[in-house]
Design a protein around this ligand. Structure first.
Ligand code: AGP
Length: 610
């Protein structure tokens, strides 16, 4: 998953491209590069590392008189993150330059075909086949647009590709299949980019390309064509829906800590205008258009990945308990290849912060032919999943910059509570009480945040450990999973998570004095069961940190090495609050270890390749 930007206009083209790349770094940040036409030839500069490293390379280069430029920030799929493998890639005589996001699945056979024709490859990437293939067709047709089209037709896999050439230096060529790509329409210039944040600085309107579309973009015009039916495509530009992605960290050292501390506001924004306590009402406007279908659904399959998958697991507990509708949560990457029956009243619910996760998009594409009801819980406005699903609910959590998702999880679970209550309105005895409790939850979240210094002190004392266990039962089990995912992502510590009752069936073998456990035990209904699991751990010399309530703490005094006392809430709402505890705990361990918390190694914020 990478970020792509292109600019064609009549002023310094490199600056808006660099600005777009900075906004796209959440997509990948292991290397970056630009190519630009300086009036006589195309030059390119690329560098391993962040966009900032690339900008350093450009300091002494005259970029003022450049009118066309393309750029790329990378998350390596094929070939290590080096300067050589950084994009753009080019043909032998450096007249055709290409940047690409996605995976070209038939790159090996194309490479062999081209090498057999004397083409020489310099990188280990799949992408490098593209400029050579365009060159191959250009030698035949002497028409760069035709050569571009023929080359694209030969590719299979997922791609967003942008190309510029010395043959027609005032044009940018673009093609999309699965990976996101859009045209940014400006007054005196036009752009292309992976999403709205790539073009927002120099364009006023945006046109999202659909699969199998190619576009030719010039400074004051553009044309789109469908590769399959070869017909011209006309689509009205839309307003650029973008929340100020360039949010600052404020006084926080990292975006992650800032985003954790936004929990009260995040919960507030997720319920704002959606619950009316005085009339016991829940209004989810984004679902109005499918209200009839919703009344008849008899099965929900939640498809998502990573933290959104874990939010889905909480949703399963909530919807089954409060709405009595059977729910399955499936990893989107597995769902795509599973063979299973669907009934006409099965609904597919996709959960995604970015709305651009390729696995989740592929899961939705799989069920398109069946015409099932598809719903989305998405944070990014205008994203692919928000446009693909029939109806949905926006998280309104604002831009999430840190790669490790925190406030999006808080918002997703809050919305799943609303959805479960709304679907179960006439069925659940808990409806009224939970609605009232939810309305006051932002205040309770503030109390959790006030525990930050205490959580920090405990986290620092455990930060030297190389292994960690998280346990929880019922609604707390997914929170244990989320805690272990967060700790893995940002501190690179080996972390496991299990339902408390599962420990004795194997994982308990891991436990000793060097393998501490964080146990979530605030559930008024299950704390005693979790207490017996903590006993089992203590009996093996394991250290334990127990998250529980004032009321329950007496049960853990003798078996907990450390206690984190949180306010009491209903089981159904506890994941929203306890997630903040495990997010803070993971953050302080990673901070103590001096990790690059907002941009952890090997990861990216939006995973746009399968
Ligand atoms: C979570 O911290 C990770 N960034 C990752 O697991 C993420 O949740 C996953 O890639 C899904 O992303 P999405 O919510 O944007 O679809």
């Amino acid at each position: 998953m990478c970020g792509i930007v292109g600019f064609v206009g009549d002023k310094n083209a490199v600056e808006p491209v660099l600005c777009g790349l900075r906004n796209l770094e959440y997509r990948g940040y292991d290397s970056a590069g630009v190519a630009f036409y300086d009036g006589s030839k195309i030059r390119n500069v690329k560098q391993a590392g962040r966009v900032a490293a690339l900008e350093n390379e450009l300091v002494d280069i005259d970029i003022i008189n450049t009118k066309t430029a393309i750029g790329h920030t990378r998350w390596a799929t094929h070939g290590t993150p080096t300067k050589l493998n950084a994009h753009p890639h080019y043909n032998k005589d450096k007249t055709i330059f290409v940047v690409h996001n996605g995976i070209i699945e038939n790159h090996q056979e194309l490479r062999s075909m081209l090498e057999a024709k004397g083409y020489h490859f310099v990188s280990h990437t799949d992408t490098e086949v593209v400029p050579h293939l365009i060159d191959f067709y250009y030698q035949k047709t002497k028409d760069i647009e035709q050569a571009f089209t023929s080359a694209i037709n030969d590719l299979s896999g997922a791609y967003a590709i942008v190309m510029m050439s010395e043959i027609e230096p005032n044009k940018i060529f673009a093609a999309k299949l699965s990976s996101p790509l859009a045209i940014g329409v400006g007054r005196k210039n036009n752009m292309v980019g992976s999403d709205a944040s790539a073009v927002a600085d120099a364009a006023e309107k945006i046109i999202y390309l659909e699969d199998y579309e190619i576009a030719v973009v010039e400074k004051n015009k553009y044309k789109i064509r469908n590769l399959k039916n070869k017909k011209a495509v006309s689509r009205d530009p839309e307003d650029i829906l973008i929340e100020d992605a360039r949010a600052s960290k404020g006084s926080f050292e990292h975006f992650m800590l800032k985003e954790i501390h936004e929990a009260p506001k995040t919960i507030q924004n997720a319920i704002l205008g959606r619950i009316k306590i005085e009339t016991n009402e829940i209004k989810l406007g984004g679902l109005d258009s499918v209200a009839n279908q919703l009344r008849n659904i008899d099965r929900i399959i939640i498809v998502s990945c990573g933290t959104s998958y874990i939010a889905g697991l909480v949703g399963e507990y909530l919807i089954e308990e409060l709405a009595e509708i059977p729910v399955e949560v499936q990893l989107a990457s597995e769902f795509k290849y599973r063979k299973e029956p669907y009934g006409p009243n099965t609904a597919i619910l996709a959960i995604s912060q970015s709305g651009e996760t390729a696995d989740t998009i592929a899961a939705l594409k799989k069920v398109e032919p069946q015409g099932l009801l598809t719903l989305g819980i998405v944070n990014s406005p205008g994203s692919t999943i928000s446009r693909m699903t029939k109806a949905g609910i926006y998280c309104h959590a604002g831009p999430e910059i840190s790669v490790a998702s925190t406030k999006a999880f808080t918002a997703q679970v809050t919305i799943l509570v609303l959805l479960a209550l709304s679907l179960g309105k006439n069925r659940s005895k808990l409806y009224k009480d939970l609605l009232v409790e939810l309305a006051s939850l932002p205040k309770t979240a503030e109390k959790i945040l006030s525990l930050s210094p205490a959580i920090k002190e405990i986290a620092i004392r455990y930060s030297h450990h190389r292994d960690f266990m998280f346990i929880g039962r019922g609604y707390e089990y997914p929170v244990a999973l989320e805690g272990s995912l967060k700790l893995k992502e940002i501190s690179y510590i080996h972390a496991e998570a299990y339902a408390g009752g599962e420990l004795k069936h194997g994982p308990l073998a891991l436990i000793d004095e060097n393998f501490p456990t964080l146990a979530l035990a605030s559930s008024p209904t299950l704390f005693d069961k979790t207490a017996s699991n903590i006993q089992e751990i203590k009996a093996r010399g394991g250290k334990t940190i127990v998250v529980t309530t004032k009321k329950q703490q007496k049960h853990f005094k003798t078996i907990a090495d450390d206690l984190i006392i949180i306010p009491e809430v209903s089981d159904q709402l506890s994941p929203i609050l306890e997630a903040i505890v495990v997010q803070l705990f993971s953050y302080f361990i990673a901070a103590e270890k001096g990790c690059d918390i907002d941009k952890p190694r090997n990861l990216a914020k939006s995973v746009t390749v399968e």
